[in-house]
Design a protein around this ligand. Structure first.
Ligand code: GLN
Length: 479
């Protein structure tokens, strides 16, 4: 029986011929079937992942040196395009649609010999915090099946949590990698905006979207980041900055300085146990010689409104392409005028939450309201960028909870969208300002659920973020 603990250990086992890729993939396929009720996969690429595994086993026999991600079993959130494979953003409007090209991240993963095992469930068009807005049904948290795994990348988080793959990719527009990682007890990282190409990522809100990584260890997440980052002629927002060798840097031990927001740790929505665990950790960091200081962040209560105004505005424009003409679903009603065809197709194809956001976004962009909402939210975004830059002049990191509570119960927040939105209070800052952020599974709550610590750093400082995360993870999980 193969037990996955890290890519490094897996490669060692392959080289010592203790296992092979085919056996490993077979084992994952069995486990996926066994855990089918969790609903974390929309589609499993059974036949081709086995073929790829056999091909890699042959390649090793001929003495080929192992590529960086040789045989690593990866799942993709259903918003990432993979040539000649279906991609639906968990929406009826794209059901049956096949990608006509691969995302840059997919090309890069394949070039390093990964095995892509399937596509994972998520909230429709990545809009949500519980994975309950999916046309493919809800996903269950493997820790407690009466709870949600978080969202929107819930399927990807559960795939790693339940041992159904080694690594998974998600997308993070406002926390959709970090929050499900927090709810599921795994590592979830959202790099700097522009670190990873968005070419082939189905857009939700383009100035916020970033592909992120789920894994069990910082070493693994670092390796994936090295492979999928970097310039790409197909995405003009990607940075030309050199990619550091994150996986070689993570073991460096340094003393860092941390800021925490008084308003965040005293926020009425924050669970008291989560607050006290983080305060305790802050004390320990101080005793270990790190500098940790409070800073005041008066803008905290403005970030969720600003996020929902700007992202819905961008979404209303991005999602206008799904009209029943270019691709995807078209209403089966015949003889419709063009406008009626658009209306019927979109009414039938989109789910409730996506429609809510398209309407909100259209409203905030409409003449007469544009300045009152959109322009003001842009001003808030600018203030947030200035304030965080100021903080990073004095500190290496910002410490925050990832979410105000542990995983929600299924259905708990579905009838109260505002309450659901407000729970994004700690994650959306990183997307509004484009900085990298990570959630690391450091704690258990007395209700039995895991929760994480969130760290943010200045743009393109992924190496320090991974270093400190590695240091903290090595101390083990607290209850
Ligand atoms: N929960 C947030 C939202 O619903 C985050 C979504 C995301 O990051 N894709 O918008």
């Amino acid at each position: 029986m193969f037990e996955f603990s890290s890519i490094e250990q897996y490669h060692a086992q392959l080289q010592q011929e203790n296992t092979n890729c085919e056996l490993v993939v077979q084992q994952y396929l069995r486990k996926i079937k066994e855990k089918n009720h969790l609903n974390s996969f929309i589609e499993v690429f059974e036949k081709e992942s086995l073929e790829k595994a056999r091909e890699l086993d042959r390649k090793r026999k001929t003495g080929h040196p192992l590529k960086k991600l040789h045989g690593v079993v990866i799942a993709l959130k259903d918003v990432i395009c993979y040539h000649e494979h279906q991609v639906s953003a968990a929406s009826n409007i794209l059901k049956g649609f096949s990608s006509v090209y691969s995302a840059t991240v997919v090309e890069r993963l394949i070039a390093e010999d990964t095995i892509i095992i399937g596509r994972t469930n998520c909230d429709e068009f990545a809009m949500g915090s519980t994975n309950e807005n999916s046309a493919y049904g809800k996903v269950l948290n493997a820790f407690d099946e009466t709870r949600t795994p978080g969202g929107s990348s819930g399927g990807s988080a559960v795939a790693v949590q339940a041992g159904l793959c080694m690594i998974s990719l998600g997308s993070d527009t406002g926390g959709s990698v970090r929050q499900p990682a927090d709810f599921c007890g795994v590592v979830g990282m959202k790099p700097t905006y522009g670190r990873i190409s968005r070419y082939g990522l189905i857009a939700y809100a383009s100035s916020f979207d970033q592909i992120g990584i789920f894994g069990k260890t910082i070493a693994d997440v670092s390796k994936i980041l090295e492979v999928i980052s970097g310039k790409d002629e197909f995405d003009s927002t990607v940075s030309q900055k050199k990619i550091e060798e994150y996986s070689l840097l993570i073991n460096e031990k340094r003393k860092f300085s941390f800021a925490f927001f008084t308003e965040a740790l005293e926020h009425p929505s924050l669970d008291i146990e989560i607050a006290s665990s983080i305060k305790k950790l802050i004390e320990e960091l101080r005793t270990e010689g790190h500098e940790v200081n409070p800073v005041s962040f008066e803008l905290l209560d403005y970030i969720v409104p600003a996020y929902y105004i700007l992202t819905t505005a961008e979404a209303s424009s991005n999602l206008s392409r799904y009209d029943g003409v270019k691709f995807g679903y078209r209403t089966s009603e015949n003889d419709l005028e063009l406008e009626e065809l658009y209306k019927r197709t979109r009414t039938e194809g989109f789910g409730k939450e996506v429609k809510r956001r398209i309407m909100l976004g259209t409203f905030v962009l409409s003449a007469g309201y544009f300045d009152a909402y959109y322009t003001r939210a842009q001003k808030v975004r600018k203030k947030l960028v200035d304030r965080t830059n100021e903080i990073f002049q004095d500190f290496d990191f910002i410490i925050l909870p990832t979410a105000p509570t542990t995983a929600f119960r299924l259905g708990e927040k579905m009838n109260d969208p505002i309450a659901m939105y407000l729970a994004d209070i700690y994650t959306v800052l990183a997307n509004l300002t484009g900085i990298p952020a990570i959630s690391i599974p450091l704690f258990y709550h007395s209700n039995g659920m895991p929760f994480g610590l969130q760290l943010m750093s200045k743009q393109f400082n992924e190496s320090s973020l991974l270093q400190i995360s590695n240091q903290l993870m090595k101390r083990g999980i607290r209850t």
